[in-house]
Design a protein around this ligand. Structure first.
Ligand SMILES: CN[C@](CCCC[B-](O)(O)O)(CCN1CCCCC1)C(=O)O
Ligand SMILES: [Mn+2]
Ligand SMILES: [Mn+2]
Ligand SMILES: [Mn+2]
Length: 301
């Protein structure tokens, strides 16, 4: 089986410099070789070069920042991920900020329209053009994929391919008021850190899978934002929030998803190697690599 590494050095969905260097550091840390070690055929045709749209040519649309750049890059990513999936490969997208998931999930659902999404994150990333306060599109990809909120012409290429009952969240602990309303209104299932504490990660993952993939028959797209982990575990990321998943809880999710045999696509997002001292940056990159390995079959015994 082939894993196709899609390196996406992109930071337009948010304001901090450095998250575009995430893919470069993950690859330099040896991720391709580590996956080959696991028995995967690894295809990595170099990081994708996205031509930058100069900021003066990409003024905000309403509150949305860098809209044209985000849209263009995500559309390119959707094509690339879709192509790899159609070739029967498993696309592993390395971010870059989480706005990229608009592209990756669009690509996956083109090949696997029934795929379900497991979204591991401190945040719901479901703000609409109306509810966002930051205008940072990395806080919005899920709303575009669901086709909810006011239409934004720039993003008309994003089709409403995702259904509310086909996504489940694990790790939420920083959800805006507008997002809480949307989660309730659309009946979207979310296991926050409260549920992780209450039931334990094993039960939470089982309940999450039972919700989106009851017979374990549907393909799974796992979109992992490293800020789901506690900042002591993954410090070098743009929007850290205390009270997150332990190293083991994060890896358990990946191991359990792999065990279903349903994984068809994986995103490792929001690794920003420039936000902390080099030790913490290295630690965060190493965690990104080990999460990917666990989701792709690495076991402890
Ligand atoms: C919770 N929503 C935030 C963060 C989105 C994080 C995106 B991710 O990809 O890293 O998950 C924060 C919105 N504001 C809340 C009030 C204080 C300032 C930030 C947003 O900008 O929409
Ligand atoms: Mn490629
Ligand atoms: Mn996110
Ligand atoms: Mn997040």
């Amino acid at each position: 089986k082939t894993v196709a590494i899609v390196g996406c050095p992109f930071r337009g969905g948010q304001a901090k410099l450095g998250v575009d260097k995430g893919p470069i550091h993950l690859v330099e840390a040896g991720l391709p070789e580590q996956l080959a070690e696991l028995g995967w055929k690894v295809q990595f045709d170099g990081h994708h070069q996205f031509e930058e749209i100069p900021t003066e040519d990409d003024p905000p649309i309403g509150k949305l920042k860098n809209p044209r750049s985000v849209s263009r890059v995500c559309q390119a990513v959707a094509k690339v991920v879709g192509e790899h999936a159609k070739k029967g490969q498993l696309p592993l997208t390395l971010g870059g900020d989480h706005s990229l998931a608009m592209g990756t999930i669009s690509g996956t659902l083109e090949k696997y329209p029934d795929a379900c999404v497991i979204w591991v994150d401190a945040h719901a990333d479901i703000n609409t053009a109306e509810t966002t306060d930051s205008g940072n599109i990395h806080g919005m990809p899920v709303s575009f994929l669901l086709g909810i909120g006011p239409k934004v012409d720039e993003f008309s290429w994003v089709k409403p391919v995702l259904k509310p009952h086909r996504i489940v969240y694990i790790g939420l602990r920083d959800v805006d008021q507008g997002e809480r309303r949307i989660l309730r209104e659309y009946g979207i299932k979310a296991f926050s850190m409260h549920e992780v504490d209450k039931y334990g990660i094993g039960r939470v993952v089982e309940m999450a899978l039972d919700h989106v993939n009851p017979g374990r028959k549907l393909p799974i797209h796992l979109s992992f934002d490293v800020d789901a982990l506690d900042p002591t575990v993954a410090p070098s990321t743009g929007t850290p929030v205390r009270g997150g998943l332990t190293f083991r809880e994060g890896h358990y999710i990946c191991e359990a998803v792999y065990e279903t045999g349903c994984l068809v696509a994986l995103d490792i997002m929001e690794v920003n190697p420039s936000l902390a001292d080099s030790e913490s940056a290295k630690q965060t990159v190493a965690v990104g690599c080990s999460l990917a390995r666990s989701a792709l079959g690495e076991t402890l015994l």
